[in-house]
Write a protein that binds this ligand. Sequence first.
Ligand code: ATP
Ligand code: MG
Length: 137
Amino acid sequence: MERTFIAIKPDGGQRGLVAEIICRFERKGFKLVAIKMLVPSKEFAQKHYDDLKEKPFFDGLCEFLSSGPVIAMVWEGEGVIKYGRKLIGATDPQKSEPGTIRGDLAVVVGRNIIHGSDGLETAKNEINLWFQPQELV
Ligand code: ATP
Ligand code: MG
């Protein structure tokens, strides 16, 4: 069954949005198969966002992801990668539709509260980066 990597970024936790975000994935019918809380190092954040290393915001982004606790999760279900991104909404919360997580709960692109894998290959790579096989149920 298809799986995706979802992370609540430090701003999501600080703002008390963990339950709200998990609730939206659960209500849709997706299944939580792994969850943990950790503060990633900046080097780890750089690995996670490796595809963005040429971007001008890369350093600030990695600095931010490593600035506090992240809720790392794996969600499972038919079409969960693409539909998970739909639940999350567009990258820039100014452009995310109301009804999406970023559309309803965030304002600026640098503090958009949640990450979701963008494809089958990235989902596999990100799950392997953040979790050991025995952590997945
Ligand atoms: P994520 O990978 O976090 O799920 P995404 O796939 O919607 O987000 P990406 O293009 O992968 O978007 O960008 C990764 C993250 O980098 C974004 O979530 C956002 O926090 C940050 N980011 C993207 N564009 C900008 C920008 N123009 N300025 C500042 N930060 C940005
Ligand atoms: Mg992305």
